[in-house]
Design a protein around this ligand. Structure first.
Ligand code: KET
Length: 405
């Protein structure tokens, strides 16, 4: 009997998450997954932060807790504290009640809800995303009902920011267009504008009424400091103008599978913000009704308690520092092997990833011959690397570059 779904065409695996699927099928004891941006310890194991374990224990011990539905917008404390975390405790926008924050399903869900709100209520439906960007961005915004265009961001020759190209493309975008900006630790390139460049971007965008939509998936991971990594966003909020921000706690609290994040929309007045929030509820209710309780409760418990908060910042800094030391070790290993090429970008780039410059054939070679899994654009998750595995990766890169197996 033929299925009514017989004509369904098999879809390809996701370019990032599919790398993990392939990794799991590999039987080699030396296999190494540097695909998805997920933190691993020196021993190559996933990490549950101590502070998260403590918060979870507190939640379990609290007999008064129930499992009722959260409101459509999520946990009130979580929303308030999340806005404070990204915009800063002394942000006038928060003090003036001009921020509408809703708890969403991690960074992805926050981007999707924000995109759909803009498609319904904002006059300009074009969103500009950097070239390259996180592979899910164009799909999220297209399905949210926006039309996606790109702006120049990365110059493969300098392995740095194409600042002129970026300003030129944003300068010729239609008045009011939406612009997706990575708040810090740009994925996949690891290249961020300097503070001075952010200021220039802000001036240009405000002069053309371009609407900033920040994707903040790595706050704390770029520099190890939560405040430093939110500077880009705060520069835009400080001028009193409007913007959106999608926050994720996947990486910086290691809450990947809990799917906890927030969308904030900074408005000009408290009245507008409350109307915006009322419309966000209409986006969320038919999509998933209300967000999950557990992850947001963990985050709120940590953010509201001074001691837990401090402990979190230390654990976050330790993760960021381990990634930075992996950059140095990989760079040193390639230097020692005299691998052809300039590899200084490995230590210069910021955040979880190194955008190596390896092409897709070289990546395939490294996967087939060395059982090292990374995305085909040559991006390596430095957070998946350890001192033990650096030599293996350096061997593989050396062989891929020199054409010797
Ligand atoms: N924004 C960016 C820039 C990003 O890299 C990710 C995840 C997200 C948002 C969404 O994360 P969430 O888990 O929804 O909070 N990036 C890693 C994982 C993935 O692709 O899903 C990655 O690039 O490996």
């Amino acid at each position: 009997m033929s299925s009514v779904f017989a004509n369904v065409v098999r879809a390809p695996e996701d370019p990032i998450l599919g790398v993990t699927v392939a990794y799991h099928k590999d039987q080699s004891p030396n296999k190494l997954n540097l695909g998805v941006g997920a933190y691993r310890t020196e021993e190559g194991k996933p990490l549950v932060l101590n502070v998260v374990k403590k918060a979870e224990q507190m939640l379990v011990n609290d007999q008064s807790r129930v499992k009722e539905y959260l409101p459509i917008v999520g946990l009130a404390d979580f929303n308030k504290l999340s806005a404070k975390l990204i915009f800063g405790a002394d942000s006038p926008a928060i003090q003036e009640n001009r921020v509408a924050t809703v708890q969403c399903l991690s960074g992805t869900g926050s981007l999707r809800v924000g995109g759909e709100f803009l498609a319904r209520h904002y006059h300009e439906h074009t969103v500009y995303i950097p070239q390259p960007t996180w592979g899910n961005h164009p799909k999220i915004f297209t399905l949210a009902g926006l039309s996606v265009k790109t702006y120049r961001y990365y110059n493969p020759e300098t392995r740095g920011l194409d600042f002129e190209g970026m300003l030129e493309d944003l300068g010729s975008a239609p008045l009011g267009a939406i612009v997706l900006l990575h708040a810090c630790a740009h994925n996949p390139t690891g290249v961020d504008p300097t503070i001075e460049q952010w200021e220039q971007i802000r001036q240009l965008m405000r002069s053309k009424s371009l609407l900033p939509f920040f994707d903040s998936a790595y706050q704390g991971f770029a520099s190890g400091s939560l405040d430093a990594d939110a500077q880009s966003v705060r520069i835009f909020v400080a001028d009193g103008g409007e913007c959106l921000a999608a926050q994720s706690y996947a990486k910086n609290m290691g809450l990947y599978g809990e799917r906890v994040g927030a969308l904030s929309i900074v408005c000009k007045t408290a009245d507008v913000a409350s109307k915006v929030e009322s419309q966000l509820k209409l986006v969320i209710r038919p999509m998933y009704s209300s967000p999950p309780l557990h992850g947001a409760s963990i985050v709120a418990a940590i953010l509201k308690d001074g001691d837990l908060y401090n402990e979190w910042t230390l654990e976050l800094k330790a993760m960021a520092d381990r990634i930075i030391s992996m950059r140095q070790e990989l760079f040193n290993a390639l230097q020692a092997k005299e691998t052809p090429g300039d590899w200084s970008h490995i230590v210069k780039q910021i955040g979880m990833f190194t955008f190596t410059g390896l092409n897709s054939e070289q990546v395939t070679f490294m996967t087939n011959e060395y059982h090292i899994y990374l995305t085909s654009d040559g991006r390596i998750s430095m957070a998946g690397l350890s001192s033990r595995t650096v030599p293996h990766l350096a061997d593989a890169i050396h062989a891929a570059v020199t054409g010797k197996a």
